[in-house]
Design a protein around this ligand. Structure first.
Ligand SMILES: NC(=O)c1ccc[n+]([C@@H]2O[C@H](COP(=O)([O-])OP(=O)(O)OC[C@H]3O[C@@H](n4cnc5c(N)ncnc54)[C@H](OP(=O)(O)O)[C@@H]3O)[C@@H](O)[C@H]2O)c1
Length: 302
């Protein structure tokens, strides 16, 4: 471990990805301070950040904060959408501001964004693809990434934006919700299942974040596995890992009715996204294909 990069400040570190990242970073010898709305040991609040700035000797800053979009108990109302937006854009902007004002800057700022930045169609997307503002999620990603931009005069802090795909882990995100129906043999593809589902195993995402802290990388990176999978390929791989069939397709209209079409599009439509820049930078994936990733998820304890 680089001694210079010892103290990590982690927005949203109490969540699914944050917990996995904290355990990876601490296992490597980093100290992690979480920014949370809830008090606790090794935590500060967003108000502390705004009033007191970055904790002394912060060497890396990461933001993973954001209201859970797929919280199905929440209706897709204007108010909830505002919360989804603000919880990402404002927290990211607060961190960028604190970094700009810090008397001694951290070496790196890693901000997460999403593949919702890319319009679902037949294209193959890399980081150099042009983004379009075509719906709520693309606008969110564009504003989220803009909020992460440090002022031009800040030249001593590397900036990395990771456009993450669906993160696959046994204890959170999509798999936590799908585990039971698939375990009961009731799983299947969504709609035709032909839509791509950009995905990444949780261990590889946290390793990508660590890689971004420890290596001289900068700019936008797609945080997805190198082997894209369609929704049907994912369903077959996950059901297969559980030794179950995946024969019950869920029609699109069910998701549209349950989640509202705008939010359901994240599942019913998809993009083919490639992690060109991480591969060029020499990152090696532990879970490059969906079959191996699903087998690992099923073997892990919840
Ligand atoms: N999971 C995925 O598949 C995936 C894919 C692409 C991108 N991402 C992005 O990665 C980030 C982390 O995802 P995750 O799956 O770890 O999410 P998560 O488990 O829901 O955790 C997000 C964290 O954000 C904080 N948070 C929630 N609502 C907030 C609000 N209104 N204001 C400020 N902070 C709030 C919470 O921390 P406190 O309660 O401690 O404040 C929470 O622990 C999110 O921004 C998400 O959009 C996730």
């Amino acid at each position: 471990m680089s001694k210079e990069l010892g103290n990590v400040l982690l927005g949203g570190g109490s969540g699914f990805i944050g917990k996995h990242l904290t355990s990876l970073l601490t296992s490597k010898g980093y100290n992690v301070t979480i920014i949370s709305r809830m008090p606790g040991a090794s935590r500060i609040s967003w108000t502390d950040l705004q009033t007191k700035g970055l904790p002394e000797s912060t060497t890396a800053v990461i933001n993973l904060a954001g209201q859970n979009v797929m919280d199905f108990t929440q209706r897709w109302t204007t108010g909830f959408k505002q919360n989804v937006f603000n919880s990402r854009v404002k927290t990211t902007a607060s961190l960028a501001e604190a970094i700009a004002k810090a008397p001694k800057r951290p070496k790196v700022f890693v901000a997460i964004s999403g593949v919702g930045a890319y319009k679902p169609n037949d294209k193959e997307y890399t980081e150099s693809s042009i983004l379009e503002n075509f719906d709520f999620f693309s606008k969110l990603c564009i504003e989220w990434e803009k909020a992460a931009c440090l002022p031009k005069e800040v030249t001593d802090c590397r900036q990395v934006i990771i456009r993450s795909g669906v993160v696959l882990g046994r204890d959170g995100g999509m798999i936590k919700q799908l585990y039971l129906p698939f375990f009961l043999g009731l799983g299947g593809p969504v709609g035709s299942g032909m839509q791509y589902m950009p995905w990444i195993h949780i261990d590889d995402l946290t390793r990508l974040i660590l890689f971004s802290i420890e290596n001289n990388v900068e700019g936008v990176y797609n945080g997805v596995a190198p082997t894209p999978a369609t929704n049907k390929e994912f369903s077959n791989a996950f059901a297969g890992a559980l030794s179950r069939p995946a024969i019950f397709p869920v029609p699109k209209f069910v998701f549209n009715a349950l989640l509202s079409e705008e939010r359901a599009n994240m599942i019913t439509k998809g993009q083919k996204v490639l992690p060109q820049r991480y591969q060029e930078a020499g990152f090696t994936y532990n879970f490059p294909n969906i079959t191996v990733a699903c087998q690992d998820l099923v073997q892990k304890k919840a």
